[in-house]
Design a protein around this ligand. Structure first.
Ligand code: CP
Ligand code: NVA
Length: 305
């Protein structure tokens, strides 16, 4: 069976834990080495990763490219609009062609269903690099960052404040797999989609009150109020009034609570400068950890092929 990495909700909890452990180990093993140093086991030696982007990216693009090189492999990067995909070639045909040319494919897509369709026709691993529904690679980096600074994630309380978006969905999936509590605070019309959750499961609590979500939390997380593809900027700005993560809100979390944001941030909207640049913010470690986490995902995918 080809090992795809499409959503945390579909990953066995043991595999998720193993990927996180491998990410920690790979980071530790390359301390002090230059960025281009290849990991001793080089699990992607002679392997090629294709990356297809339908949406903008800085972190995902550079971290996957660095990751495959650090595993001993190489990459080919294209935007969907440069490909025949942009002129209507079916996703299914693209998947079958690329499967003959590369060893794994990462896709950042507008429509999650397109990634699912690609994976159904691909004979090489397919990795979700963000869709309208989820962003599983991001959450691996977030969990890794929390564990580095605060120890094992199991039993912790994470507060998500803002939009119930793709990143929030992947956080919810992870909470159910790894046994941490996730308090999600969103305006009612922007609550997350619960379709992939065990409804009523103990790990995820929904509220419209950011104060309730943050009270006593170990971690406070937010993301943009207007994701790529959202058209209703003005309406959203109005709806999310009161959801800005500022010093006042952080003060209601646990005394040693940390702050995460997947970036890019919209300073003055979902977070203040004082919080994102403050002593509790781990956002730069979080961004770096995209490389280490994705190396573990790539190694896991290739090991199954
Ligand atoms: N966090 C994240 O996925 O960033 P990019 O959009 O820059 O890839
Ligand atoms: N929710 C954001 C995440 C960007 C990394 C978006 O989809 O635009």
């Amino acid at each position: 069976m080809t090992r795809h990495f499409l959503d945390i909700s579909r990953l066995p909890a043991d595999d998720l834990r193993a990927i996180l452990d491998d990410a920690h180990a790979r980071k530790a093993a390359r301390k002090g080495r230059p960025k281009g140093w290849v990991d001793a086991d080089a699990p992607a030696r002679d392997h090629v990763l294709a990356m297809i982007f339908e949406k903008n990216s800085t972190r995902t693009r550079f971290s996957f490219d660095a990751a495959i090189r650090q595993l001993g492999g190489s990459s080919i990067i294209a935007t969907a609009s440069d490909m025949q995909l942009g002129r209507g070639e079916p996703v299914e045909d693209t998947a079958r062609v690329l499967s003959r040319m590369v060893d794994a494919v990462m896709i950042r897509a507008n429509d999650h269903e397109d990634v699912e369709r690609f994976a159904r026709f691909s004979t090489v691993p397919v990795i979700n690099g963000l869709t309208d529904r989820s962003h599983p690679c991001q959450i691996l980096a977030d969990l890794m960052t929390i564990e580095e600074h605060r120890g094992p994630i199991a039993g912790k309380t994470v507060a998500w404040v803002g939009d119930g978006n793709n990143v929030c969905h992947s956080f919810m999936h992870a909470a159910q797999k790894l046994g941490f509590h996730l308090n999600v605070a969103c305006p009612p019309e922007y609550h997350p989609d619960l379709r992939d959750l065990t409804v009523g499961g103990p790990s995820v609590t929904l509220t419209s009150d950011p104060h309730e979500a943050v009270r006593g939390a170990d971690v406070v997380v937010t993301d943009t109020w207007v994701s790529m593809g959202d058209q209703d900027y003005e309406e959203r700005l109005e709806a999310f009034e009161g959801y800005t993560v500022d010093d006042g809100l952080m003060a209601e979390a646990a005394p040693d609570a940390v702050f995460l944001h997947c970036l890019p941030a919209h300073r003055g909207e979902e977070v203040t400068d004082a919080v994102i640049d403050g002593p509790r913010s781990l956002v730069w470690d979080e961004a770096e950890n995209r490389i280490h986490a994705q190396k573990a995902v790539l190694a896991w995918c290739l090991a199954g092929s």
